[in-house]
Design a protein around this ligand. Structure first.
Ligand SMILES: Nc1ncnc2c1ncn2[C@@H]1O[C@H](COP(=O)(O)OP(=O)(O)OP(=O)(O)O)[C@@H](O)[C@H]1O
Ligand SMILES: [Mg+2]
Length: 677
């Protein structure tokens, strides 16, 4: 079969071994750019073509929805698109949601359950903490992080009380228990639940577990190093005794410890699956030798679970450029000027260039400069479209339509547009609902409310709820969710309200356009879905478009701006890694121990995105908190082999030249890691 032969033709022998091993568990453990993701796409092709596995029986888990889309496209080139469409290629969260959609009843959920995003969870935690008079931002942050950490480690609310190590954790554990009760009452789940609930179900219900084990004959996981405890458990449960799976990962690229990712899961695999076949890939197909040498030298400063050494046949390549800049805007100016010049000299496309940074707040000056020079660009992540107030309002209305128990949605929209429902009314309504153990929306429909609220207010709430109820019923039976959404916005007078409250006509127009865009998003999602997914399906889909890939579809020929986290798995000809300063990279919260190691891995991820050239920039001064603060170049720069670097504007006797000791150490390492080309 020529198709198969050509599939294997574009793989090296190690990749081929990983692709054709289908009888037992396989771990591909390899450095950046060594073709791990390619192993997954080609293996899918192999399973479908050579092994005759029906596409819907193959599940491939990727890290972002964007990666999932790309993978489907790539597989579509290897097998007929019609078959590729039936594959299950998605993130862990979407896979969890798929399971929940069929099994929600067993978990105490009702139809149309809502998915709380991070902000919804935060608001709920804030409310719960108010009772304790402890609703300061940082307390909320800690509690949210703690709860999420417990969930990903599969520690329930009751167990959390037992494992809590100090008063603060004990408080968080108490809030955790209330938080869970509230979610259940709202008929809602949070992001962590999308994984934890299926795991809980499979733990308790062997029949359900077997059903899902039979559903998927083969599982593949990309970026495996970033799975957390609960995700690993889900994989184990789904794989069952057949253990037909392939996971690929790189411990040096583990960058989500703060979200509960456990690179130990790599080692755990070996423990849990003694028959595990481990494949190592050492040839890098992405970058020049210099880029790899620099990456290898950097990461050698971290302790390693497994040793890897990357080499490439892409030639030496240019030196790594280091560009010191006077201050932040100067940095942006330099980077944009260099991109412009480089593109003029070399031709090529805007999409060959990427500007990467540690945090979203760093994007501003680059955006400004790119706009000034008329260079097309797009930003992944950051303040996303779906986080805009007007978009959130309309989505909250739709959520309430689909799930009348969603109190968070109710609270968001009850006064938008103004319905003169004040804090006192809401408190009384809340008290009434709590006593009867019903949601706020349902409480509005109860006659008893007339005894606790002034007649006018009670009637207004009742009318609102009756209207929502009718529309909700229509929505349930409608196959045109977008039309329902349009009607809702119209009948509620939302646009008029926007116009009244907007700062100026321009602001109003922008918001109106955003709502139009939301409608077209909804239309696209419905169109792209395999079957009629209805309003609930669309809402679910939207809530899973996470921070990393909410920017939407194909950005076209544009310069990419994104965080190092969002850049994982991607590649660009020319990478500009900016803000190489202490407190930015490494981040000021991560200057020691394991935190510092994670920052180093993040830098490693950044370096290894580059195919041909890599430019590192830093500013000597930066404006922060309204003041010009002095900055120190990142300590990581000292860990790079001096001979592979080219410092812009540096003369030999430059006082900034790095200390001899640091260089000697790095030179020693370099000779150890010399590429085998
Ligand atoms: N055998 C091969 N021959 C030629 N090119 C290859 C081969 N394998 C992979 N590539 C190419 O090398 C680049 C890196 O591959 P891929 O993205 O699969 O690496 P990866 O290991 O997943 O990287 P990362 O760790 O960054 O996710 C891609 O452009 C890919 O198409
Ligand atoms: Mg990859």
């Amino acid at each position: 079969m020529s198709a198969n032969i050509s599939q294997l033709d574009h793989l090296n022998p190690e990749q081929r071994a990983a692709v054709t091993a289908i009888d037992g568990p396989v771990l591909v453990l390899a450095g950046a750019g060594s073709g791990k993701t390619r192993v997954i796409t080609h293996k899918i092709g192999w399973l479908l073509d050579e092994c005759q596995v029906p596409p819907e029986r193959v599940a491939a888990v990727t890290f972002t929805n964007k990666a999932a889309r790309e993978m489907k496209e790539r597989v579509g080139k290897l097998i007929p698109a019609e078959r590729a469409k039936r594959l299950v290629v998605c993130t862990f969260h979407t896979l969890g949601l798929r399971i929940l959609r069929e099994e929600y009843r067993a978990l105490g959920l009702k139809r149309g359950f809502s998915i709380f995003d991070a902000e919804d969870s935060r608001n709920l935690i804030r409310e719960l903490l108010k009772g304790d008079n402890r609703d300061a931002q940082d307390v909320i942050d800690v509690v949210q992080w703690r709860i999420s950490g417990w969930k990903s480690a599969r520690v329930g609310a009751e167990a959390a009380v037992l494992v809590a190590e100090n008063n603060q954790e004990l408080m968080a554990a108490r809030i955790y228990a209330q938080y869970e009760r509230h979610l259940l009452a709202y008929n809602a789940v949070d992001f962590d639940d999308l994984i934890v609930k299926p795991v809980q179900l499979f733990d308790e219900d062997a029949e359900a577990r077997e059903r899902w084990q039979n559903r998927f004959r083969y599982l593949l996981v990309d970026e495996y190093q970033d799975t957390n405890g609960a995700q690993y458990e889900l994989l184990r449960q789904l794989a069952g005794v057949r253990a037909a799976f392939t996971v690929v990962g790189d411990d040096d690229q583990s960058i989500y410890a703060w979200r509960g990712a456990q690179p130990e899961n790599l080692a755990n695999l070996q423990r849990d699956y003694p028959g595990l076949k481990v494949v190592k890939l050492e040839q890098n197909f992405r970058s020049t030798s210099r880029i790899l040498r620099v990456a290898n030298a950097l990461i050698a400063n971290n302790p390693h679970l497994f040793d890897k050494r990357l080499w490439s046949r892409k030639g030496e390549g240019d030196s790594i450029r280091i560009v010191p800049c006077k201050e932040g805007f100067g940095e942006a100016e330099q980077v944009v000027a260099r991109i412009l010049q480089h593109k003029m000299e070399q031709g090529g496309s805007w999409s060959d260039y990427a500007i990467l940074y540690r945090g979203n707040h760093q994007a501003k000056p680059f955006e400004k400069m790119l706009r000034e020079r008329n260079i097309p660009y797009h930003i992944s992540g950051g303040q996303s479209f779906f986080d805009r107030a007007e978009v959130k309002d309309v989505i909250a209305y739709l959520r309430l339509l689909a799930n009348p128990d969603d109190d968070a949605a109710f609270l968001r929209i009850i006064n938008v547009p103004r319905r003169e429902v004040g804090a006192t009314t809401l408190e009384k309504l809340g008290g009434y609902a709590r006593e009867r153990n019903i949601g706020l929306y349902s409480a509005c429909l109860e006659f008893g409310l007339h005894h606790v609220l002034p007649a006018r207010t009670a009637t207004r709430l009742e009318e609102f709820a009756v209207w929502m109820g009718k529309l909700g019923e229509e929505a349930e039976h409608s196959d045109e969710p977008v039309a329902i959404a349009r009607r809702l916005v119209e009948e509620v007078g939302y646009m008029d309200w926007l116009e009244e409250t907007a700062r100026d006509p321009k602001a109003f127009e922008r918001r109106r356009d955003n709502i139009e865009e939301l409608f077209s998003w909804m239309g696209n999602i419905a169109k792209r879905a395999d079957n009629d997914i209805g309003l609930t399906g669309i809402l679910n889909h939207m809530s899973l478009m996470d921070m990393l890939d909410r920017s939407g579809d194909d950005p076209g020929d544009t310069v990419a701006l994104m965080t190092l986290h969002a850049a994982k798995g991607l590649e660009f000809d020319h990478v500009y890694l900016v803000g190489m300063e202490e407190e930015l990279l490494p981040h000021r919260n991560n200057l020691e121990g394991e935190g510092l190691e994670e920052e180093r891995r993040l830098f490693y991820v950044g370096i290894t995105r580059a195919q041909q050239t890599l430019t590192l920039t830093y500013a000597r001064k930066r404006r922060r908190y309204g003041e010009d603060l002095d900055c120190t170049p990142s300590r990581f720069l000292e860990e790079l082999p001096e001979d592979d670097l080219h410092w812009s504007g540096r003369t030999p006797e430059d006082p900034e030249k790095k200390k001899e000791t640091g260089r000697a150490r790095v030179a020693g390492l370099r000779s150890l890691l010399a590429p085998e080309t």
